[in-house]
Design a protein around this ligand. Structure first.
Ligand SMILES: Nc1ncnc2c1ncn2[C@@H]1O[C@H](COP(=O)(O)OP(=O)(O)OP(=O)(O)O)[C@@H](O)[C@H]1O
Length: 259
């Protein structure tokens, strides 16, 4: 484990136990029960999620697969409190998301969640460091930014603007922006969708590293079945129904993935 990562995690109060499993098999961390979501009214109504039940342990890497339109992003948006469910419940840690008002939902997103998207959504007029710093200000207990930049391999690029670095470096910055708050839950929607093969694998290895070093639970939405081999749990949606919910007893490292 790189020293800087150890230092970042230690200074953030994380307990690092190198070699031990990072998955806490105790009480589930993320639980949905009968989760329902649809769009439209009357005859035009379309049910997108039709009663999703899942339990994800703290520290799991969970990969969510499914064909286009099967409801993956909708599921992620409901867990992330970006959209409201029509029925069912979501609990993350001790928080019952589906009962929260607007203000409490905002606080949940600020304190517990990090989001990573396919298109990095960085602020073009802020440097790499400033893009991360903006989010750090939202947190009561942010990770030290320079240490985080080092563990992301971005320290030398910290004073550059997003247009001056590669797509992979921009995605590293987006991951840093999500991570600097030290979130319990990292939600990633097609995080490698805009990246080439080699860079995709580097980004997946980085996710593996942050999962191991910071203990955050990660949900990755992807079209790429191969990524499921690095997951502790594989979920698959088809037409809004969960058709697969499997534990993977022997996940491989991101470096070993081939597609
Ligand atoms: N805000 C919305 N209003 C109306 N329909 C929506 C809305 N958001 C999503 N949908 C529809 O819900 C269905 C599921 O969309 P969702 O984006 O969750 O699928 P997905 O599995 O993530 O697809 P993709 O892999 O293509 O991103 C699609 O048919 C989509 O058109």
């Amino acid at each position: 484990m790189p020293h800087e990562v150890t230092d970042v995690a230690a200074s953030a109060g994380c307990v690092l136990d190198e070699g031990a499993s990072h998955v806490n098999a105790g009480a589930p961390y993320l639980v949905t029960r009968g989760l329902v979501k649809g769009y439209g009214e009357g005859a035009a109504r379309m049910e997108v999620l039709r009663g999703i039940d899942v339990e994800i342990a703290r520290g799991e890497i969970c990969v969510l697969l499914g064909p286009s339109g099967s409801g993956k992003s909708t599921f992620l948006n409901l867990i992330g409190g970006l959209e409201a469910a029509d029925g069912g419940s979501i609990e993350v840690g001790d928080t019952a998301i589906t009962t929260l008002g607007k203000k409490a939902l905002g606080e949940y997103r600020r304190s517990e969640l990090g989001f990573v998207f396919q298109f990095y959504n960085l602020v073009p007029d802020l440097t790499i460091r400033e893009n991360i710093e903006v989010t750090a200000h939202l947190s009561k207990n942010p990770l030290p930014i320079d240490d985080l930049l080092k563990s992301l391999g971005l320290y030398e690029h910290r004073a550059k603007f997003p247009r001056q670095v590669s797509g992979g470096q921009q995605q590293r910055c987006a991951i840093g922006r999500a991570l600097v708050k030290n979130p319990g839950l990292l939600l990633c929607d097609e995080p490698t969708g805009a990246l080439d093969y080699k860079t995709s694998k580097e980004i997946l290895a980085l996710m593996e590293q942050v999962n191991r070093d910071y203990g955050c639970t990660i949900v990755i939405v992807t079209h790429n079945d191969a990524i499921s081999r690095m997951a502790n749990r594989v979920l698959r949606l088809r037409d809004g129904v969960l058709v697969e919910n499997e534990m993977n007893a022997a996940p491989v490292s991101a470096a070993e993935l081939v597609w």
